[in-house]
Unconditional design. Structure first.
Length: 260
């Protein structure tokens, strides 16, 4: 057994051996601790790696046992996937892919429920008509809200990869707003004719887009169509028992189910 080495990974300390760290020579860690890539030190002289310290626990345990062991309630697969990609341990990459397939099969039975709300709001803004001339204008704006619940965490992540907020001139995936693995709330507005682009940012107004179609969602009808398209491609179908047909046609409630 080689001498112990203490690592500082994102502020979290781990102690292991050189033989463990170099057990996969072609990996990032193998290159770092065989001298192919220089390592950084913290103030205490520990080897420093600027990555997620909490997730490194699973990386290190794999180096020790060649098994990917995750708790049953593990909710950070996306973060783990990024860390695994950084360390480039090929057997771990394969083990993670197998784990994701296993979790996907376990989630085949699932329910998706979406409650929709819409209101009209008056927005006031200034319009620059000339270098020194401004006028005050107002317009009605459609404001949308969708409360989404699914027993399938993987489906919400899939949805997050398709829907994007447009804000401050940039598109950002709604997956970054997924605080609860089973719940997601979306709030957005339709485009308003004549509203200057900078006013959306100033008034904190987000618009919603579907990618890669690069399609803006300006109505609930379009939103429902796009969500149904994504859900049905993932094996969901409309629940014939609930909700009531009138609610579904009025875009108040969407309930979908998926069976094995």
């Amino acid at each position: 057994m080689s001498e112990p080495i203490t690592l500082n990974v994102g502020g979290k300390l781990y102690t292991t051996s050189l033989s463990t760290l170099t057990s996969f020579p072609d990996s990032m860690l193998g290159a770092m601790f065989s001298g192919k890539i220089p390592t950084k030190k913290d103030r205490q002289g520990n080897c420093f790696i600027d990555r997620d310290g909490k997730i490194f626990r699973y990386i290190l345990n794999f180096l020790r046992t060649s098994h990917l062991d995750l708790p049953e309630d593990f909710q950070e697969m996306g973060l783990l996937r990024r860390e695994v990609d950084f360390y480039q341990i090929q057997p771990l990459i394969e083990a993670l892919q197998e784990k994701e397939v296993e979790l996907s099969k376990a989630e085949k039975n699932a329910m998706l429920n979406i409650t929709l709300d819409q209101k009209t709001q008056t927005v006031h803004f200034t319009v620059r008509e000339a270098p020194q001339i401004y006028s005050l204008s107002s317009s009605n704006m459609e404001v949308f809200s969708a409360h989404i619940f699914s027993t399938s965490c993987l489906f919400l992540k899939l949805l997050g990869s398709k829907l994007y907020y447009c804000f401050n001139g940039n598109l950002s995936s709604i997956s970054s707003y997924l605080q609860d693995p089973n719940h997601l709330t979306l709030d957005w507005v339709a485009s308003v004719e004549g509203l200057p682009e900078e006013e959306y940012t100033r008034q904190n107004l987000k618009r919603l887009w579907v990618v890669p179609d690069n399609k803006q969602i300006n109505s609930f009808q379009v939103f429902v169509e796009e969500v149904l398209k994504i859900a049905m491609s993932d094996g969901f179908c409309i629940d014939s028992a609930h909700p009531h047909t009138s609610d579904f046609m009025n875009n108040k409630i969407i309930r979908l189910i998926r069976y094995k």
